[in-house]
Design a binder for this molecule. Structure first.
Ligand SMILES: N[C@@H](CCC(=O)N[C@@H](CS)C(=O)NCC(=O)O)C(=O)O
Length: 222
């Protein structure tokens, strides 16, 4: 991680994204790349605990990625960052114009954040859910079941639809890709989910998606 001082520079107009390769920050990373506008991406390696350094905790005291610094202020949470990107770059068409559709898009992103993401957290970090080590396997098993059910739900959601919200590509689409990738790395039979797999393949046809996957050296999404 470098150049973190950029965040404290109130004159910085270019957004600065803190991400870790393969983490949920992939969604915000892709959406920013889709804008075609300048931004900085600062690698913050979770595996090396770079999200727990005093410098990074000054950016996001919760010690999570993503965080997006804009003009010296910070936005956290994919749902908020993606909404910000959609609203700030309306020319991309990545956020619906209609108020109800905007709320539906936010609701979809909130669900990604509070359902599959939480099951994934429980699979990886059961110690955050119980102190009893003898319960870890049980938590992992239930979380695996819940994650797979959520993947099936996404598959059903896009049955007959081109993108998550319908005909139009929105900021919710890169978020959906995160969970497809995690499903693959979990060893789940993601290829049997035909709609979700088609969605992933459509995502891979987008230049911004390929650019970010290469930058993050993501081995799972192919
Ligand atoms: N709801 C948050 C979740 C952020 C989150 O949990 N990020 C993970 C990476 S996928 C993280 O930073 N984990 C580090 C940790 O929990 O120690 C969002 O969508 O931005």
């Amino acid at each position: 991680m470098n150049d973190i001082s950029t965040v404290r520079d109130a004159d910085t107009r270019e957004p600065v994204l803190f991400y870790s390769p393969g983490a949920c920050s992939l969604a915000s990373h892709i959406a920013l790349e889709e804008t075609g506008k300048p931004y900085k991406a600062i690698e913050t390696l979770l595996a090396q605990n770079q999200h727990m350094t005093p410098e990074y905790l000054a950016v996001n005291p919760r010690g999570k990625v993503p965080a997006l610094a804009v003009g010296g202020r910070v936005i956290t949470e994919n749902t908020a960052i993606l909404t910000y990107i959609g609203l700030t770059y309306p020319e991309t068409g990545m956020f619906p114009a209609d108020t109800i559709e905007q709320m539906q898009c936010i609701a979809q992103m909130a669900w990604f954040s509070n359902t599959p993401h939480i099951f994934q957290r429980a699979r990886f970090r059961p110690y955050r859910f119980t102190d009893r080590e003898d319960m870890f396997d049980n938590i992992r098993a239930k979380a695996t079941e819940g994650y797979w059910e959520a993947m099936q739900e996404v598959d059903g959601l896009i049955d007959g639809k081109r993108w998550i919200m319908g005909d139009v590509y929105t900021v919710a689409d890169p978020y959906a890709l995160v969970f497809y990738g995690w499903g693959m790395s979990n060893g789940m039979p993601m290829e049997t989910l035909v709609n979700y797999t088609r969605h992933k393949d459509q995502m891979l046809q987008r230049k911004a998606v390929r650019t970010v996957l290469e930058r993050e050296k993501n081995p799972h999404i192919k």
